[in-house]
Design a binder for this molecule. Structure first.
Ligand SMILES: Cc1cc2nc3c(=O)[nH]c(=O)nc-3n(C[C@H](O)[C@H](O)[C@H](O)COP(=O)(O)OP(=O)(O)OC[C@H]3O[C@@H](n4cnc5c(N)ncnc54)[C@H](O)[C@@H]3O)c2cc1C
Length: 552
């Protein structure tokens, strides 16, 4: 039987698009198979904030940030905490990826028309020692155009390749199995789903109208992670983070269903680190949901006070933006699966950003004028103000007594005691008078404001939370929001998949979230942020180039 193409790519997300365009541009024929419709091209990356981890970039240097490969690798290793036998390939991927981020990543993207917003963000700041978790310096480079701006160069290359006949898309084709002949992967079988012109991101019909078989010399699995499938998230939930939360909201569309992970594993691939995942603790219910249980992550600046469900301030250094999984671990240890931010209008205005392309019309729409208003406007950006007035998790009041009453009413119990909350806020407020202080969160705010990017658009001037001049007071109920899968299929640096017997499985490759963004988990236990899109770029590129070479 003749092959339908040289290589088949499963998934038209970022990793799949990168792999496919590398193959097509090398002159080989590639088919991209995608269960969703054409309107979903780009997968999760379209919805993303477009933040990219880069090291020692011109943007950093312009802002006076001194970064280096050595500093970034130190941060990565302190964050990853690799400690398992199966971390051999993840560790090699981590080293190679940090070198990519410090080397050709920016130039490669730039040559394709990708551009970066000039103020570099500072995500996952840690708060431990130099060898512990976190970014020592700001490294979160937001794409000018956010997620769609990351997808665009690859969509353009894919469309060109489609026109020249090297690349074929097969939308509404859902892969159900991988085929193997003589020990080598040589194709896929699956179901054709009925056409559905549902809006991008909404759940599409799963009605099967036929089946298909496709053959090629190699198959690349780039089918994403498990974040949209809460059953799988709970099943793989690590005990070290406490019990799986009862209530979670979804930071990803329903097509991030993890189904292809099971199919690939059933074909003999070695899935490692499945208990490593990256979920956020600052999730808010979307008042205008696109996908089921749609939640948005707040990307917080450092000043909001953070209380657990019982009204106890989170311990140092678990401040907003410091250590996502440290916070998750702490919150789950309280016996409740939510927590609270308490802040002022001055803080929300300067410090709240929402992760997602549709929540940032200024950056997504590449409008300098709208973006400049972030610094000059009286209110927060319009999408944040919309959440403030319409979001189910937001409470706005003029005084603390009314705020606490409304917080208790929102969850339907009396866990929060006004006197308790008041005493903690007043104590923190007494630390505001001096620039040298005991309260480590206030210290952290002073430190953040030494970085010009934070002082300009991310960190409010220190003030008393209970100062009415900075009001009204705001409370936000924070939910746990599922997002990323850090484990995945074990791969070598060519993205070739290992079988359970420890040998490479001929003809099978994996990239993006399905491969734990490379190696089966290049992040280890935790991430420095902005590393997921980049992981798709790097592993997709390696997979595409290696598969194109291998098929001869
Ligand atoms: C709101 C949001 C904000 C984010 N912000 C950032 C950020 O700022 N920085 C960052 O680094 N990362 C960010 N991320 C994460 C990042 O976008 C994702 O991790 C990444 O895009 C995953 O890409 P992927 O190609 O591996 O998988 P996906 O995008 O999930 O694509 C996989 C594709 O495979 C298809 N598929 C699955 N199974 C099958 C099957 N059996 N048959 C056929 N097709 C199948 C799916 O339908 C899907 O289209 C964000 C994500 C979201 C949702």
């Amino acid at each position: 039987m003749a092959d339908d193409a040289d290589v088949i790519v499963v998934g038209a997300g970022l990793a799949g698009l990168v792999a496919a365009t590398e193959i097509a541009d090398s002159g080989k024929r590639v088919i991209v198979v995608e269960q969703e419709g054409e309107q979903s091209l780009g997968g999760q990356a379209f919805w993303s904030f477009g933040g990219l981890f880069l090291v020692d970039s011109p943007e950093q240097r312009r802002l006076g940030i001194k970064d280096s490969f050595e500093l970034a690798l130190q941060d990565w290793m302190g964050t990853a905490g690799f400690d398992r036998e199966e971390d051999v390939w993840p560790r090699r991927w981590a080293e190679a990826y940090v070198a990519f981020a410090a080397g050709e990543k920016r130039g490669w993207l730039r040559a394709m028309g990708h551009r970066i917003f000039p103020v570099v963000g500072w995500a996952e700041r840690g708060g431990y020692d130099a060898m512990g978790h976190g970014n020592s310096v700001p490294r979160f480079h937001v794409t000018w155009g956010t997620g769609p701006g990351v997808v665009a160069p690859f969509e353009r290359r894919a469309r060109d390749a489609q026109a020249s006949g090297n690349l074929t898309f097969k939308f509404r084709h859902r892969v159900d199995a991988l085929t193997i002949t003589g020990g080598a992967f040589d194709g896929i079988t699956g179901s054709m789903l009925e056409p559905d012109d549902v809006e991008r991101g909404k759940s599409s019909s799963r009605k099967v109208i036929g089946d298909f078989t496709l053959r090629a010399q190699a198959v690349i699995v780039a089918a994403g992670g498990i974040g949209g499938n809460h059953d799988l998230v709970r099943q793989n939930w690590p005990k070290r983070l406490g019990d799986a939360p009862k209530n979670m909201i979804s930071g990803v569309p329903e097509h991030v269903d993890g189904r292809m992970i099971g199919i690939t594993e059933a074909a003999g691939a070695r899935l490692i680190n499945r208990d490593r995942m990256w979920h956020y603790v600052e999730g808010i219910r979307n008042w205008s949901p696109i996908w089921p249980r749609h939640g948005i992550r707040i990307l917080p600046g450092p000043s909001s006070m953070w209380f657990d469900a019982t009204g106890k301030r989170l311990p140092s250094p678990l401040f907003p933006g410091s250590d996502t999984l440290g916070q998750l671990h702490y919150i789950m240890s309280t016996g409740y699966d939510y927590s609270w931010f308490v802040l002022t209008q001055s803080i929300i205005k300067k410090e709240f950003a929402l992760s997602g392309s549709e929540q940032n019309p200024d950056l997504t729409g590449k409008s300098w004028l709208m973006t400049a208003r972030r610094a000059t406007n009286k209110g927060a950006p319009a999408p944040v103000e919309a959440f403030k007035s319409r979001g189910a998790d937001f409470i706005v009041r003029d005084n603390l007594a009314d705020l606490v009453t409304a917080m208790n009413a929102l969850v339907g119990d009396n866990l929060l005691k006004l006197d308790d909350v008041k005493a903690q806020i007043e104590a923190r407020d007494r630390e505001i008078g001096n620039a040298f202080v005991k309260d480590t969160q206030v210290m952290n705010i002073h430190n953040a404001r030494k970085y010009i990017g934070d002082r300009l658009i991310r960190t409010a001037k220190p003030h008393r939370i209970l100062d009415p001049a900075h009001g009204p007071l705001i409370a936000v109920k924070l939910n746990i929001l599922t997002r990323k899968t850090l484990g995945g299929f074990e791969t070598d640096l060519d993205s070739r998949v290992f079988g359970r017997d420890g040998n490479i499985m001929p003809g099978l490759y994996a990239a993006g979230e399905a491969a734990g963004f490379g190696g089966g988990g290049m992040h280890g236990y935790r991430s420095l942020e902005g590393t997921f899109l980049g992981g798709c770029l790097f592993s997709g590129r390696n997979a595409g180039r290696a598969a194109a070479k291998a098929v001869g």
